[in-house]
Write a protein that binds this ligand. Sequence first.
Ligand SMILES: Cc1cc2nc3c(=O)[nH]c(=O)nc-3n(C[C@H](O)[C@H](O)[C@H](O)COP(=O)(O)O)c2cc1C
Length: 158
Amino acid sequence: MKAVIVCVSVSHGNTRRIAEAIARPLAAQVVEPEELDPADLAEADLVGFGSGVFTGRLHPRLRRFVHALPATRQPCRAFVFATSGLPEPGFRPFTRPLERRLAAKGFEVIDGFTARGHDTWLPFKPIGGISKNRPDARDLAAAHTFAAALTARTGSAS
Ligand SMILES: Cc1cc2nc3c(=O)[nH]c(=O)nc-3n(C[C@H](O)[C@H](O)[C@H](O)COP(=O)(O)O)c2cc1C
């Protein structure tokens, strides 16, 4: 199985740390959207898409990349992951809009993962930010477990 993880992590590298933890069990490469020719995804069996959350949405670079993707011609599974300063509202998961867009492109979206990440966005700057020291060891372990379960579902990493 070939897995690729497309990650935008601009603020503190929070999402990149989660991406690396997910990548290990999947033997996946972590790349930025601009490093990847969308045609390269044609060879992938599983693709992860992740970024931090900015004013309630995933990063525009990630959204633009997915928007520009052609419809998949062969079955390809996908998952979306995110880090955020605030907890994810249960009624409006951060990952849902991108999951819907990927499904519309023909991806089979099989799972999602979110974790908290240190957030020094303006309103929280005076107090040194929120979700300090996140993602922490437990978050990274949860990301690893998430990926191990994906590996079990989609076939062993190669
Ligand atoms: C301009 C800006 C806007 C943000 N908006 C939100 C938000 O709406 N909700 C939230 O939970 N976190 C928000 N955050 C916090 C980021 O989602 C969090 O720090 C994330 O882990 C950043 O990931 P990165 O380090 O991989 O870029 C915001 C951060 C910045 C800088």
